[in-house]
Design a protein around this ligand. Sequence first.
Ligand code: NAG
Ligand code: NAG
Ligand code: NAG
Length: 825
Amino acid sequence: MRFLSGLLLLPWLAGAFAQDGAHQTHEYQSDVARLRKIVINSLYSHRDVFLRELLSNANDALEKLRITALTDKSLVSPDEPLNITIQLLPASGSGAGRVVIADTGIGMTPDELTQNLGTLAKSGTSDFLVQAESAGAQQAGNLIGQFGLGFYSSFLVADHVEVASVPAGGNGEQWVFASGAEDQRFEVFPDPRGRTMRHGTEITLLLREDAKEFLNPGKVKELVDKHSGFSTSFPIYLQTFKTEEVPDEDSPVPADPLEADAIDTSPPVDDSEAIVEDLPEDASPITPPPPRTKNVTRETWEQLNDQPPLWTRDAKTVSEAEYTDFYKSTFRDTAAPLAHAHFAGDAGSSVSFKSVLFIPSELPSEFWSTTQARVEGVRLMVKRVFITNDLGEDALPKWISWLRAIVDADDLPLNVSREQLQSTKFLAQIKSILVKRAINLLTKVASAPASINEETGEEEGQTQYRAVWKAIGSAIKLGAMEGSAGQKNKLGALTRWTTNVREFVGLDDYVDNRKKGQRQIFYLAGVGQKAEDLAKSVFIEKLHARGYEVLLLTEPMDEILLNNFQRWGGMAFQDVAKKGLQYGDEDMDAEADKAEQAGIAERFAPLLSWLKKEYTGTVMDVVISNRLVTSPCAIVADRYGYSANMERLVAAQQRSGKDTSQDWMTEYARKQRSLEINPKSPLIEGMLRVVEGLDWEEEYSADEGEKPAHEPTQAELELKEVAQILLDGALVRSGFEVTDPNTFFARVDTVLRRSLGVSETAQPEVEVKPAPPVEEGPLNPEAEPVPEPGFGEDPFQPGDFDYELPRNPFPEDPDVQAFAAHDEL
Ligand SMILES: *[C@@H]1O[C@H](CO)[C@@H](O)[C@H](O)[C@H]1NC(C)=O
Ligand SMILES: *[C@@H]1O[C@H](CO)[C@@H](O)[C@H](O)[C@H]1NC(C)=O
Ligand SMILES: *[C@@H]1O[C@H](CO)[C@@H](O)[C@H](O)[C@H]1NC(C)=O
């Protein structure tokens, strides 16, 4: 008569509050109320999660018991199986009915009930509250799972919750925690039913009126299938009732003896299983004979998770959807994983194991803010029994601390403790196998052949790897810098780059795509810039025009990473903002071209010498450029000098006070640069003509620093000015800062005046009105209201602009764009 006794509980629930004696009333810790509110507000539209959370908690309690029982066998007995049961009990009278979820796990003492359910003991919970208050529903859902606060999700569907519990191994009473969804306090009292469990916890949810759907067994089965089927290796049973019409042996003696025989041979109905009996109505004694049957409702326990654990199955029999559901419920993530690998292995020390590993859809939020991430994504099992997911601080290399995996070892003794396990060779071997497998998985995804999109019929390359790269690309770069020598190369091959001609280019791909004779991998770095803007840099002009590919590096780590490699596939990395750029086809030039080069060198020699003199102390050298097409000049760093990008990085580091000891090095490195001029630029041609007209060789005597023999001519002064502007322009163009912006603009001003025929020395005629004398007495804001700080009233009304703004293809950085559009200064 279990069902009836279930219904009889209702009066008890009401009665419980009248109890005296050991009845305790507690205030909730203030954060709990806040938390309940967050849970209810943010998850209201996802209230299904309550079931997943409560089942996860039940699983945790069972796992805890199983681990504790490894050292204290008396806690469990073979005839007390570890399981989770769900009962759905429709209301008989008022109320919406109840859902009862019980586990036979470790259980709680009255103190633990108070502690665990009434306070937020777990450290980091206030962080959680802060995060959750600003997070969206999905994130809040994830956070709640991660912080182990799932219990409060019961209030999503219940007006009132009761938790009865007995600790394993305890001999005391069974206690109950009870609270309403809106209550500021909760009660803890001995269970008026006495002790109904040997150990474990039973949660009774008095459903809200609008949550009746959770009494529907179909709904509950669907939810368990979807979210929880994989989250536990313990059986989850759902109590169901089947009503069947069975022959009724209590009915009067049948008229037909044949029929009587038939009834007698039918199996007798077990009285204890009979739950509801509908006695047949009195039928007419004449015709026809009444159907001598009765309706019997039987209680059955249906196991909802009857599949063996996913990782123990043959990978061929597991569907993608199953992997996804398994991942979501096991690692409490709401987003699907990006890729997985399922394998069996041998950890060398003859310990065989099975494992599934997953690439999550994003890096943990604290990934970049901690130096050594705590690895909690690897769940270690022995013979399907969960042992630990805390592999300690240095469990996995930082770069791969995001990995999620299940590892189930077959041949380890079950009673091995977590501490012992951590000191065994097994764990070290497992770690290295996981890293290796993860890299193999990434490599497999990265090298997947292009597939055909079924809808568009177009070829789609690498959709999956693009998603992976977007999610964890920066971590892969980190691994390529920090990993072991073997890993570095594999991870380097997994990096993807944007170039001036393509995007998502691997280094191997770049090498395959090299031009004849090309022995350098060209790159240009500009941290924080957009690749499309970098592609317009002066340094790429000629490379681009000639059809060479240049890697565009936009992240701080990129340049350091490439420098770490030094070479890739036999090619050296070449910063195109630095000296040493070689196309590799110079030797292939026709004789005529070589002659032309020599001719240019000879023709421009006077200008080069003049500029070298002029720029003494500013740049090391002035040379004819091989990298410019339209720009007149560029500043190129020496091999050991700083490119503009490096200079900015170093400056940022010095500003943040991290690195001041190396000022002199910075100073030195800054000077290691040359000016390259473009002999094809009309501006340079013009300068050459002016220099040729000067008699300057005489002016500067061989002795450095000696005054010129005569005053410089006007033409010469003007040329000097142009040369300075040219240099400053080259600096800006090349990404550096001008040494002295004021002087720079004063010079520009002079040149502008000259081109307009305005006097170069005339000052603007202005009369400056001085401020009135100091005001006497106190300020009286009421007499004359002080204007509000800010921009005042918005002069525009909605509708003032009834035309559409033109679309700007480069809306975020118009300056760079405008600058890049100028050819000559
Ligand atoms: C679940 O476990 C309990 C206690 O071990 C046991 O009494 C009960 O019969 C089990 N339930 C089912 C459906 O197997
Ligand atoms: C048993 O239930 C079915 C369906 O509800 C009904 O049609 C039938 O008459 C019932 N039988 C008896 C003996 O009450
Ligand atoms: C584990 O159990 C085995 C046999 O059951 C026993 O020999 C061994 O000493 C136990 N190890 C520990 C650490 O308890």
